[in-house]
Write a new protein. Sequence first.
Length: 97
Amino acid sequence: MPKGYWVTIYRSISDPQKLSAYAKLAPAATAPFGGRYLARDTAANAYEAGLQERIVISEFPSIEQARAAYESPGYQEALKALGDGAERDVRIVEGVE
């Protein structure tokens, strides 16, 4: 079964304190679904229409687990903590293997 991945690209961060509150809650909310971070930092380089802002890539055992994690009450609480503190583009994609 192919793995599932979250790709989260931050377009802007307007409130670092809200981002920090989110960052404290999100790992605990996604861990029960097998979520783990593969990359989490400001982009080293950005090409084409990319933004050189924060990016997070998370891996899950399956796309179903990735969706369940995003929709879980714990992760929804983390999103509430983030609120309007950042503008993001979040995508869930299936791995190729």
